[in-house]
Design a protein around this ligand. Structure first.
Ligand SMILES: Nc1ncnc2c1ncn2[C@@H]1O[C@H](COP(=O)(O)OP(=O)(O)OP(=O)(O)O)[C@@H](O)[C@H]1O
Ligand SMILES: [Mg+2]
Length: 293
């Protein structure tokens, strides 16, 4: 049995049928468009719908989700990977029952793992699949290799874009680069767009049409539309309070729209559930090229 096969078996062989979480990866081309704000608040909205939710911060830059949630995790993913910590050590409890995992240096260090460490990590992630219904991965800014690898390994991606021209061109550039990756296949990934920070003059659907038409014509990719969120100053006010907007300003336009999105996403089709791969499978996809070496 080769090493990649061994990895596949670890993912498969657990109790059958094993529980597999729905993994949603939030991304954008340009930074600062609202990924983390949407990830955090969507997590709480899903939790209110009775789901067990974990946010994984795959952005090893600034600790902005921690600020938004008003928490300071003691350990991160790297402590699980290399320092013998358990899942329960690295999951910090956030507001309204959501769990938070900081990627820490673990995301960068995925490239430095030995086969045994990879196998150990995948086993732990099988446990994580078992204990959560939805895992939201917040990716960092920019079109980096690490972000592209997460996207190529994901089955459900939320692409956040704003009406700024650079946000649209960067979103297109991200999808173009992703599409060129040999391990990316549109048949395995659903990409859904949220238009964020709209002024009263902007039209989210128009923005979606613009992007989806070029993406379809030149990249042969299909983009779905979730909806739009207006510019809303409660989002940054909530950051100052170190509380998610949906908790501090439950009736704001932003919060109401996030609640709509969570309901809409919860109701989306059975087919996603059937095609669900889970977090262990995602990391297994991400790491399989390495384990063969
Ligand atoms: N709908 C909105 N209305 C007003 N401000 C918003 C809205 N969404 C996000 N913001 C603000 O935009 C800024 C960037 O948001 P956020 O940190 O969520 O973006 P990001 O895409 O995660 O950024 P990064 O790429 O740096 O990780 C923050 O100041 C946030 O408060
Ligand atoms: Mg962010």
């Amino acid at each position: 049995m080769d090493q990649a096969e061994k990895l596949r078996n670890i993912v498969k062989q657990q109790k059958s049928p094993r529980h597999i979480s729905r993994v949603i990866t939030v991304t954008s081309g340009k930074g600062g468009v609202g990924k983390s704000s949407i990830a955090v608040n969507l997590a709480i909205a899903f939790s209110r719908l009775g789901k067990r939710v974990i946010i994984l911060d795959a952005d090893f830059g600034l600790a902005n989700i921690e600020v938004m949630l008003g928490i300071r995790p003691k350990y991160n993913l790297a402590d699980l990977m290399f320092r013998g910590k358990n899942l329960s050590d690295i999951i910090t409890e956030g507001p309204e029952n959501i769990g938070f995992i900081s990627g820490g240096s673990g995301i960068q260090e995925l490239t430095n793992m030995t086969k045994d460490q990879i196998i150990y990590l995948i086993r732990k992630l099988v446990e994580l699949d078992d204990m959560s219904d939805i895992i939201i991965i917040d990716t960092g800014a920019g079109i980096t290799d690490s972000v592209l690898e997460f996207l190529a390994a994901s089955s459900e991606v939320i692409l956040v874009a704003t009406p700024e021209p650079t946000s649209i061109t960067d979103a297109y550039a991200l999808l173009k680069t992703l599409n060129r990756k040999s391990d990316f296949s549109i048949d395995d990934t659903v990409i859904k767009m949220i238009a964020n920070r709209l002024t009263p003059d902007d039209d989210g659907e128009e923005l979606y049409d613009k992007l989806s038409i070029v993406v379809k014509r030149f990249l042969k990719l299909k983009l779905e539309y979730i909806g739009s969120i207006p510019m809303d100053n409660t989002v940054s006010k909530a950051v100052m309070l170190q509380k998610p907007a949906i908790c501090a300003y439950p009736n704001s336009k932003f919060s109401k729209q996030i609640i709509n999105f969570a309901e809409k996403l919860s109701n989306t089709n059975q087919e996603i559930i059937e095609e669900r791969k889970g977090i262990a499978q995602l990391f297994s996809n991400l790491l399989k090229s390495r384990i063969k070496k």
